[in-house]
Structures are given as C-alpha cells and as structure tokens.
Design a protein around this ligand. Structure first.
Ligand SMILES: NC(=O)c1ccc[n+]([C@@H]2O[C@H](COP(=O)([O-])OP(=O)(O)OC[C@H]3O[C@@H](n4cnc5c(N)ncnc54)[C@H](OP(=O)(O)O)[C@@H]3O)[C@@H](O)[C@H]2O)c1
Length: 211
C-alpha cells in the first residue's frame, strides 16, 4: 500500500484516485478550489487536504494542466521536500502537433529544476487517456533519475493492477511527452478513437544479439 496525494481535482485526478482507492492506498486530494477538493475526496472516499500544505502522501501526483504544474510546485515549495513528485502532464501546443516547449525538455525536468531538496521527480501516466484508465489495464511508462522514487511509483502502479515499464532517466520524460502526442495523433488518424493505449508486446527472442 502507498500513501498518495493528488494535487488536482479534474478528470485524471478522479481516474487515478479511483484506482488508488480501489487498490487500498491512502489517498489525499488537494486543489486550488477547496470545494472541488472536498467534493472529489468525498466521492472517492479519500481525505481532502489544503492547497499548499504539506501533503500527507509520500507520492504526490500533480494532476494539473501542464502550464500549472511548475507554478504549483513552486507554490508548494518546501512542503514537497522528501516527496516523490509524479508529473503526468502533456504539454501539447495549440494545434496538437507538437510540444509547447521550444527546446528538448519536459514538464517533469522543469519540475525537477524548481522542486525542493530531497524531492524526486517521476514522469508517468501521461501516455494513457483517462477513459482507458477507467476501463482498461494499460502499460504505464515511467521515467526518473532516482531508482528509489522509481521503485515506489512502480510499487504503486503494480498495486493498482497496471504494468509499470521503466523507460530510463528523467531526460526520457521529453520522449514520453512525445509519446503522448503520438497517442493523440493515432486517436485522430490511424486508430480513429480514444479507447486504446500504447503498450509493449514482447516476442520470442531470436537468439541474436540482445541489448
Ligand atoms: N485527460 C486525459 O485523458 C489525460 C491523459 C494523460 C495525461 N493528462 C494530463 O493530465 C493533466 C490533467 O488533465 P485532466 O484531464 O485531469 O484536466 P482537467 O480535468 O481539466 O483538470 C485540470 C486540473 O488542473 C487544475 N488547474 C488548472 N489550472 C490551474 C492553475 N493555474 N493552478 C492550479 N490548478 C490548476 C484545475 O483546477 P480548477 O478546476 O480549479 O480549474 C483541475 O483541477 C494534464 O496535464 C493533462 O495533459 C490527461
């Protein structure tokens, strides 16, 4: 069991919160609108915390619009010291055909730049549509520099019945954001609907050179 604080009260907060409660985790919800945090907490069977206070959870999931994540982490400041901060955002541009950054970075890497000492940042969940979290068992790609933070998020993900897949260090968060973009592109084109997720299929090993 993990202790989770979700900062945010929207669709992803509800979807992840529902899975977290069903998995037997302790869940706290925080939002800039206290009435929304109270309402979501009550609906989930979670507790509500106050925006900016020290989160009760060891894992803090920022379920906020992408441009609100870094400001929220700055606003929380030392309240996040020692926490594992999980960024789930997709910083899409206005036309959904590129990322909002002008350089090769990610929201997660920007969070790591402003997070207090002792906080570790993990990118996860961004490639999965909310409706898939509600109905399916998708793979959850994870990027982080801290092995310990990665291990605690992996444990949480497994505890809610999903498969965590480590893609490497936090710099890979940029490419996970690209995967988010690819997923939207598939929804609008080749797949043609939103009820799917990118995942990994493994095949019989050929006996050739392996990585
Ligand atoms: N929906 C999906 O299928 C999906 C899938 C993967 C990843 N994501 C990512 O998950 C994140 C949340 O998505 P969502 O679908 O849950 O969005 P949402 O339903 O619109 O919820 C957004 C949340 O962000 C809060 N927020 C917005 N601006 C804020 C600000 N300036 N300061 C503080 N809080 C602010 C909102 O609070 P108020 O209600 O007070 O405005 C709300 O709680 C996004 O970054 C998105 O890219 C979404």
């Amino acid at each position: 069991m993990s202790s989770i604080t979700i900062i945010g009260t929207g669709n992803m907060a509800r979807a992840i919160g529902t899975l977290a409660i069903a998995g037997g985790n302790a869940v706290e919800v925080m939002g800039r609108d206290q009435a929304k945090a109270d309402g979501l907490a009550e609906a989930l069977g979670a507790t509500a915390g106050e925006w900016g206070a020290v989160p009760a959870g060891d894992i803090v999931i920022t379920a906020l619009l992408h441009d609100a994540v870094v400001p929220a982490v700055i606003a929380y400041g030392d309240a996040l010291a020692g926490k594992v901060v999980v960024d789930i955002s997709n910083p899409f541009n206005a036309t959904f055909d590129g990322l909002a950054h002008s350089e090769e970075t990610s929201v997660a890497q920007k969070v790591a730049e402003v997070a207090p000492g002792g906080a570790d940042v993990v990118k996860a969940f961004n490639t999965i549509f909310r409706n898939v979290l509600e109905n399916g068992r998708p793979d959850v790609f994870i990027a982080a520099d801290s092995a310990q933070a990665k291990a605690s998020v992996k444990e949480f993900v497994e505890g809610i019945g999903l498969r965590p897949l480590d893609v490497g260090g936090l710099a890979m968060a940029h490419w996970l954001e690209g995967m988010g973009l690819v997923t939207v592109g598939l929804a609008g084109n080749g797949v043609g609907h939103w009820d799917f997720a990118l995942g990994v299929d493994e095949f019989e090993r050929s006996g050739g050179e392996q990585v």
